[in-house]
Design a binder for this molecule. Structure first.
Ligand code: IVH
Length: 705
């Protein structure tokens, strides 16, 4: 057999076994045999690089880590679902559906539904073209999401090529999730390397999907289920449609057909879906799964109930947010009672001091709960939760356990109302007076050098999502602070292996004996190498790691992409921040405030002297043509354009060598005025700067002027 034929055969075999393993959980061969097939394919492809194709199973992890995700538009908005929390609300939904369908005739006695488990993950839209996976996108705001194709390709349950190579573009939608077994493995690994644990599989899955390094995503063990087909017409440019008309296949009549078609294409479909004759059967299904769901290897937070006949769905339509033909029944949060042993407070990195409950461990919703949030001091007072009380604790699928309230009948007569400590708790706080603004419910420690705040800030700085300094975890940070070696981020960069190695930690053994342990040369060497490596991190990691209020990972990436360096951020105005897509007024103000603070400026100077990268290297910046017909010209965009997004308009101007800025001045070449334009259009007129409407702007772009 020649190489090409063997390669084709191996790819089919590998996909078959991936499907058996990752979708059906019924492997037919041992892992070692599967690995041997992969190795044989990789060797053949190495010898015949011209035969490598993007749908080969060897090509799941390709390309390198990026600086951010491109935004992309959905062919059809990704809607959300209306919720029902009780049997009555499910019956009310059924009633609405039957009434609406009966408007033009008799109200039907019963409507057939499909009941599916609601997967507690992240929605995903995957596009195939002529059977090949071409794009994976997150939901985003429903209209625009992020292009996460490289990450989606690493998910082994998702085929890189559909069976039967259906022609034209096809978009399928579903949910990416992290199986519980993978979740537990990841948390065990994180615990061993002293990294913060993920609260639940959903957070871990979201973290993985938004990771910029596909090689790392591949190690996470994500999986997926699909439940929707959105057809994109191949050539006629008509509005996209539900169903299967354009894929060169017979259209689906029902949702059940769609699920079967998804499966036939080789896509994973959650197998417990069931067609129900009416709402009574749907309710029985919900009741059954409320209990059985713990046996599954993934988290489900409810049941999605969908009208089965696609023709009826079309008649029911959708509101701007939800389809009228579906509803999500949410399982009730599980509750247990247990003893509240103590109320302690936690100091966050912004100085927020919040109470939490230390509980007698109790098993709820599949995990052991020994701590629960108490939200804030006002909440504790309002519910009158006291130390020593029996309390009701609740845990819903994806949230942190919380104390619902005390069981008053079991209260001990000697109990006392709880009071918030007046000072920042020692240890690990600083003892300064806590304060709060009149309107705020949060108490804060305002001491800028509070060791508890410093501890949390350093943990954040070193975390995987930020500067990613492996081995610099909670306990080592505590030792560095206690030893007076680190008082801010910059101090980390003057540590030596010797000083780290000599640090000691004390812990109390079960028999009460205190033992001290030295960090040692090996661990110190590793941590120091990690600290050193972090100097060259992408600029957004530093921006995120600094812990500026409201700046999360995503905002940091947007800011780095738009401003490129710390200098340009320092020079920019609040308006310019705000004019950046994805940056709102609160964030813009917080950033400006932070940058204006003299001690933060000093910190930035010290970080720079320590050799930390504070810019996006020129070759990685979004290309602006150095030369072009718009060279030397500056444009301002205002209002919304009907035919293109702000990003697209900016890119178009930059491709022609022009610049786009946020505010109008006499130097502005022209202001492009879209729908609902505000003060910038007025300012342009005031200053005599020309304005362009969308049509004129487009015509100029098309002419390359
Ligand atoms: S149908 C037009 N089916 O739940 C509505 N959604 O709370 C399409 N989800 O955004 C959604 N499992 O991400 C549907 N079996 C399922 C689902 C499911 C999980 C998610 C989905 C949706 C969210 C709404």
């Amino acid at each position: 057999m020649n190489a090409a034929a063997r390669i084709a055969e191996l790819r089919l075999q590998i996909r078959h076994h991936e499907e058996r393993y990752y979708i059906l959980s019924e492997p037919e061969i041992a892992d070692a045999e599967f690995d041997a097939l992969m190795r044989e394919l990789a060797a053949l492809e190495a010898a015949h690089p011209e035969l490598v194709t993007p749908d080969s199973p060897t090509q799941r992890v390709g390309g390198r880590a990026t600086d951010g995700f491109a935004s992309c538009e959905h062919a059809q908005p990704m809607l959300s679902l209306d919720n029902a929390y009780s049997e009555e609300e499910l019956r009310a939904f059924d009633e609405r559906v039957r009434r609406a369908l009966g408007e033009t005739g008799a109200v039907p006695d019963a409507v057939a539904y499909v009941a599916e488990l609601k997967i507690d993950g992240l929605s995903i839209a995957v596009t195939y073209n002529n059977g090949l996976l071409v794009r994976g996108a997150t939901r985003g705001d429903g209209v625009r999401g992020e292009d996460v194709t490289a990450n989606v390709r690493t998910i082994r349950a998702i085929p890189l090529r559909l069976h039967g190579d259906p022609s034209g573009p096809i978009e399928v939608r579903g949910e990416v999730y992290l199986p519980r077994t993978s979740f537990e493995r990841i948390n065990r690994e994180r615990e061993a390397s002293d990294e913060p644990l993920f609260a639940n599989p959903r957070n871990a899955a979201a973290g993985a999907m938004r990771n910029l390094d596909p090689a790392l995503v591949a190690t996470r063990g994500l999986s997926a289920f699909f439940y929707q087909v959105v057809m994109v017409s191949p050539s006629d440019g008509q509005a996209p449609r539900d169903g299967a008309r354009d894929a060169g296949v017979e259209p689906d009549q029902t949702h059940a057909d769609t699920l079967e078609r998804l499966r036939a294409w080789g896509l994973p479909v959650e197998p417990h879906w069931h067609r129900q004759g009416g709402i009574d059967d749907v309710i029985a299904f919900c009741r059954e799964w409320e209990h059985t769901r713990r046996t599954l290897d993934f988290d489900t937070d409810g049941v999605v109930v969908k009208v089965d006949a696609l023709a009826l769905r079309t008649r029911l339509g959708a509101t701007s947010k939800f389809p009228r033909w579906a509803i999500a029944f949410k399982f009730p949060a599980e509750q247990k009672t247990t003893r509240l042993l103590r109320i302690e407070v936690n100091v966050g990195r912004t100085g927020a001091v919040t109470p939490y409950a230390v509980l007698e461990p109790v098993s709820i919703a599949g995990s052991t709960v020994s701590m629960a949030t108490l939200h804030n001091a006002d909440d504790v007072a309002r519910k009158d939760i006291r130390e020593g009380d029996w309390v009701i604790v609740e845990k819903a699928g994806d949230v942190i356990p919380r104390v619902v309230g005390p069981v008053l009948s079991k209260r001990l007569p000697a109990s006392q109302p709880w009071v918030m400590p007046a000072t920042c708790p020692i240890p690990p706080g600083c003892g300064s007076q806590l304060q709060r603004d009149d309107e705020e419910v949060v108490w804060r420690c305002l001491n800028a050098s509070c060791p508890a705040k410093l501890q949390r800030s350093l943990e954040h700085f070193a975390s995987r999502g930020a500067m990613n300094i492996e081995g610099l975890g909670e306990s080592l940070i505590a030792q560095l602070i206690a030893g007076g070696l680190v008082a801010d981020f910059a101090d980390l960069y003057s540590l030596t292996a010797g000083t780290i190695a000599d640090l000691t930690s004390a812990s109390t053994r079960g028999d009460g004996k205190v033992i001290t342990r030295r960090v040692g040369d090996k661990h110190a060497g590793k941590v120091l190498a990690q600290i050193d490596r972090s100097r060259g991190n992408e600029f957004w990691r530093l921006l995120y790691g600094l812990g500026i209020r409201h700046i999360g990972e995503r905002a940091a990436q947007i800011l780095a992409g738009a401003f490129h360096s710390i200098e340009s951020l320092l020079d920019a105005t609040v308006e310019q921040f705000q004019d950046t897509d994805g940056i709102g007024p609160v964030l813009a103000a917080a950033l400006r405030h932070w940058l204006d603070e003299p001690r933060n400026r000093r910190l930035l100077e010290r970080l720079r002297s320590a050799g930390i990268r504070m810019e996006v290297p020129p070759e990685e910046r979004v290309a602006r043509a150095a030369d072009g017909p718009l060279k030397g010209q500056t444009y301002v965009l205002t209002g919304s354009l009907a035919t293109m997004t702000r990003d697209e308009a900016t890119a178009a101007i930059e491709r022609l060598g022009g610049r786009v800025t946020g505010s109008v001045s006499k130097k502005t070449t022209a202001v492009v005025v879209g729908e609902d334009a505000g003060s910038k259009a007025d300012k342009a007129r005031e200053l005599g700067v020309p304005t362009l409407d969308e049509a004129t702007f487009r015509a100029r772009l098309d002419a390359g002027l």
